[in-house]
Design a protein around this ligand. Structure first.
Ligand code: FAD
Length: 408
């Protein structure tokens, strides 16, 4: 069997759902091949406000609003008895002031269902196992749940396979991330926290008291539950119990804020572990294909930038591909990869500053130079492509300068 479509999308996560809907709206015949059946677990539960701009562009905001996800208006940072938070309404860049914290199983299903309602064809439990882009049109080999294999040929292929990284692996595009290998251990708990125990409208990013490069996330959901995770290098985790829930409980017991907030928590979900998730590619596009979201690059979870980058890449690629399919000559390097990487590089500078301590020095300083909070807040809200923000235009230099001022 051989199918023919205008566009083949690998993966129905956020970047696959948004890109396929935007292309369908422009009149293209899109087939999404998704390896799993939705709803399925995925990590990445704290959204930035900018990502809702793309949900809106794809016409999916009413469905996301109806789903009743936890309201989010900012980010809070905790280190011992030091606390600092950002409210997105204080940001420098114009844009949304709030977003959501979501169980990804439910969120990703809402987006994929909306894409289907708009006419996108999604084949679930269908894995892409091979690709051939040597001919005039790219082809993929798909295998469904019954083991039936078939070929799909398209005019273009979008890889939205996230950590599956289908094309980077099959086409030898992988290149190591410059960040060291870190692991994340995480679970969901019924937190049992009193309503005033902490600000449920913000992600809580908590620094381990003894190790400033080890941190926790506490992401509240709407139903009295929280996502809880800890990020550290493997060598650090090796000194803790091998059993994941025990490991997480031991780490929580070392941190006063979490010990207090989770005193009455019910640990009812098996903990999971992810390792070495930071990844990069030699190129984000090639003959007949482009890479979206995590299939291209993933930095680090600390600033919750993953879904925003995934959706932004989806929106940019859909616009460019539409023009290409209409016969225009387009430039994937200058109109996709370079501008996309600018924002990714902004986040990269912040991630680097988080782990080398500069961001924490700024965050927890007794006084900060006026105006800088609004500019940093914009990046925390996801507006990392706004070149009018000096902290986007020159992130390294600005972060360095302010960290020195704060330390003085
Ligand atoms: P995904 O969401 O991974 O979707 C890819 C889809 O492709 C999957 O459904 C998969 O089944 C499918 N697929 C894979 N291989 C194949 C195949 N061969 N054939 C067919 N289908 C296939 N981001 C945030 O924004 N906020 C956070 O708080 C956050 N926290 C994170 C914490 C950790 C520890 C990690 C590791 C990441 C975190 N992220 C976060 C990042 C976030 O998980 C990703 O950036 C986001 O899910 C990327 O979306 P995507 O559409 O590119 O891919």
């Amino acid at each position: 069997m051989k199918l023919e479509r205008d566009v083949i999308v690998i993966g129905a996560g956020p970047s696959g759902a948004i890109s396929s809907a935007l292309l369908k709206q422009r009149g293209w015949n899109v087939l999404v091949l998704e390896g799993q059946r939705f709803p399925r677990f995925s990590i990445g539960e704290s959204l930035l406000t900018h990502c809702l701009d793309f949900v809106d562009e794809a016409g999916m905001m009413p469905a996301v609003e109806r789903a009743g996800f936890q309201f989010k208006n900012g980010a809070a940072f905790v280190r011992g008895d030091e606390y600092g938070d950002f409210d997105f309404s204080d940001k420098f860049t114009k844009g949304r002031d709030s977003t959501f914290q979501v169980q990804r199983a439910a969120f990703d299903k809402v987006l994929a269902d909306e894409a289907e309602k708009q006419g996108v064809e999604i084949r679930y439990e269908t894995r892409v196992t091979a690709v051939d882009n040597s001919g005039a049109k790219p082809r993929v080999r798909a295998v469904d749940a019954k083991g039936v294999e078939y070929e799909v040929e398209g005019k273009f292929l979008l890889d939205a396979s996230g950590f599956g990284r289908v094309l980077p692996k099959l086409l030898d595009l992988e290149t190591p991330s410059k960040f060291p290998v870190r692991n994340a251990v995480f679970t969901h708990v019924a937190d049992g926290a009193a309503p005033d125990a902490f600000d449920r409208n913000k992600i809580q990013v908590i620094v381990h008291p003894g190790h400033r490069d080890v941190w926790f996330w506490l992401i509240p959901f709407a139903n009295g539950r929280c996502s809880l995770g800890c990020v550290a290098r493997k060598e650090f985790f090796d000194t803790y119990p091998a059993q994941l829930e025990e490991r997480l409980k031991k780490l929580v017991s070392e941190e006063p804020f979490l010990t207090r907030v989770l005193a009455n928590a019910t640990w009812d979900t098996p903990a999971r572990e992810l390792t070495g998730y930071a990844a990069n590619v030699k190129s984000m596009h090639g003959k007949g294909f482009a890479l979206l979201g995590n299939a291209a690059e993933f930095l680090d979870p600390v600033f919750s930038s993953g879904v925003t980058i995934a959706m932004r890449s989806a929106s940019m690629a859909a616009g460019l591909l539409d023009r290409q399919l209409r016969g225009e000559t387009v430039d994937w390097t200058n109109d996709f990869e370079i501008p996309l990487r600018k924002g990714v590089d902004t986040f990269r500078a912040y991630v680097k500053a988080w782990y080398d301590g500069r961001f924490q020095d700024i965050m927890f300083a007794k006084t900060q130079p006026p105006g800088i909070r609004a500019m940093i807040c914009s990046i925390l809200a996801g507006y990392a492509w706004d070149q009018s923000n000096p902290f986007v235009a020159e992130p390294e230099r600005r972060l360095d300068m302010v960290a020195k001022l704060c330390a003085a």
